[in-house]
Design a protein around this ligand. Structure first.
Ligand code: MV4
Length: 513
């Protein structure tokens, strides 16, 4: 086993990996940019070293600096987390050159799957269904036009180096193809340094369902089942759950077998995710492979009882997976929501800043994975993910009820968060019935623009009391006496409304009542 692991990441995922190291009695080394000097992952690590200025280009993306820290602190392994360099084959290559074990797939496997068209070819070769479309990059617009005519509109123009919706354009008719082709190409060049494009038939309202796999270095590959990730906002996942309300045992087996075949053909090792689109007929189509641990891994952990980070470390150390995939069936149900420092009332604009107070939920079936603390300033330099709140229940209904309850207990002041969005989604009858698809949330937000039922809505009876309480406070103590001096508090939960009415009851009788 390893003696010391470098954690080449920040935020909640760095904290998650630190915890696994601690449980395994492996020393951990954190790295930090100037903006993260006081970050939680730095405080929890036994050792931490600076790697440069706030800009991730000059810190978390600098392979040379990471290798320098790893060698000087005598690490024997490196965990990349997700994002940053996690899927960049140059990182495992640099690790090999430095004699450090990379906790993840090989550079070759990353390369084989990093090109979307190469991955589609691989899928075709091992009988994994793909969406109709190109299997090679398309160089000329004329060829794109030809193929689009054959498969029929609408088509989706995608970047060969893509992923996550960047460099992607939906094209409804031939007249729109030239402009979309140009735009997608320049966006892809900008985002990936690679302007190559291809296209696929556009599926209208599929579900986005992904299979978690684990592969050891001795040839055993197992599927840990699916995660349903259809609730997204502009290609950003908002909710993830396991199992999927749409997946039957037969479909789970078929998708799991397809994912394992693909991983085997790609020479894949360690933890990975195979993404699929699933249509109403429950036909599934391969989309892409994510060659890393994913943000939403905890929902799989909660329904399988496995610790994916510890398993990643064990696999990298050459251990054999101690189970067969036939033995893994999901138990109960888990739902995760991603807590962002964002303003839901201002188009989800990032809302970095100092966290004044933070109340964390707990109780049955609740897990909070976050990387922040009260008094810390969320930097504006990175993705504003604060962390994740995950609920487990015996049934989907119980998991939803627990997540709803935990969101009432959760509260942060000083910055805005997107927590009100989750409260409203969890109350949506369509979501509760599991009738969701990849465009569900965007369509819902569009149709109710500005009318998202906010928790803490000031129209109801308790809302009126809360408003009265707030006004009373302002009149008697000035605006600065409010919990929320800058008006930057998230929408009040019922918990907070209750707290305010208590405050109101404690005040001297003479001025009211
Ligand atoms: C698609 C698709 C429909 N048809 N491809 C989104 C990001 C990347 N992983 C691939 N994605 C999709 N590819 C075909 N042929 C739907 C998505 C998709 C999506 C599209 C629009 C709005 C939200 C979406 C969420 C997930 C997936």
């Amino acid at each position: 086993m390893f003696r010391k692991i470098l954690i080449a990441n920040r935020g909640e995922i760095a904290v998650r990996i630190l915890r696994a190291c601690r449980e395994l009695d492996i020393a951990a080394v954190a790295v930090f940019s100037e903006a993260d000097r006081a970050a939680l992952h730095v405080r929890l690590a036994g050792e931490a070293y600076p790697i440069g200025p706030a800009s991730s280009r000059e810190s978390y993306l600098r392979i040379d600096k990471l290798m320098d820290v790893a060698q000087r602190s005598r690490c024997d392994a490196l965990h990349p987390g997700y994002g940053f360099l996690a899927e960049n084959p140059a990182l495992p290559r640099a690790c090999i050159a430095a004699g450090i074990t990379f906790i993840g797939p090989t550079a070759d496997a990353m390369e084989a799957l990093g090109s979307k068209t190469a991955a589609r070819q691989l899928a075709k070769r091992c009988d994994v269904p793909t969406v109709p479309g190109a299997f090679d990059p398309i160089e000329r617009l004329e060829d794109a036009r030809q193929l689009a005519r054959e498969i029929g509109y609408p088509v989706l123009v995608k970047a060969v180096a893509g992923g996550g919706g960047k460099g992607m354009r939906l094209v409804a008719r031939e007249a729109d193809l030239p402009a979309s082709w140009r735009d997608a190409g320049s966006e892809a060049l900008n985002a990936f340094g690679d302007s190559r494009l291809y296209l696929e038939k556009y599926l209208e309202r599929p579900r986005h369902i992904e299979i978690q796999i684990l592969a050891d270095t001795h040839g055993r590959i197992v599927s840990l089942g699916e995660r349903e990730c259809s609730v997204q906002r502009r290609h950003q996942k908002v909710f993830e759950e396991a199992p999927s309300p749409a997946v039957t045992q037969e479909l789970r087996r078929a998708m799991g077998e397809a994912a394992v075949r693909l991983a085997r053909a790609g020479g894949y090792t360690n933890a990975g995710t195979v993404e699929f689109l699933v249509d109403d007929a429950r036909d599934f189509y391969f989309l892409e492979v994510n060659a890393r641990l994913q943000v939403e891994h905890p929902v799989t952990e909660l329904v399988t009882g496995l610790d994916l980070v510890k398993l990643q470390i064990a696999i990298a150390a050459g251990h054999r997976l101690p189970f067969a995939w036939e033995s893994i069936a999901p138990r109960g149900h888990a739902i995760e929501c991603r807590l962002y420092a964002e303003d839901p009332e201002n188009n989800f604009f990032p809302s970095p800043g100092k966290i004044l107070t933070r109340r964390t939920p707990s109780g049955p079936g609740i897990r909070l994975e976050d990387g922040v603390y009260a008094g810390w300033t969320v930097p504006a330099d990175y993705d504003p993910l604060l962390g994740k709140l995950i609920a487990w229940g015996n049934s989907r209904e119980e998991a939803i009820a627990r997540l709803r309850r935990a969101l009432e207990e959760y509260g942060v002041s000083g910055i805005k968060t997107n927590a009100s969005l989750f409260r409203s989604i969890l109350a949506d009858p369509e979501f509760v019935l599991g009738k969701i698809h990849t465009r569900w949330l965007d369509e819902r937000l569009q149709s109710s623009a500005g009318a998202i039922p906010q928790d803490g809505d000031l129209s109801g009876a308790s809302g009126a009391a809360a408003l009265a309480a707030a006004l009373w406070h302002v009149q008697h103590n000035g605006a600065s006496s409010l919990e929320n001096p800058s008006g930057a508090e998230e929408s009040a939960s019922r918990w907070k409304l209750h707290g305010r009415s208590e405050q109101l009851n404690r005040t001297p009788r003479r001025s009211r009542e």
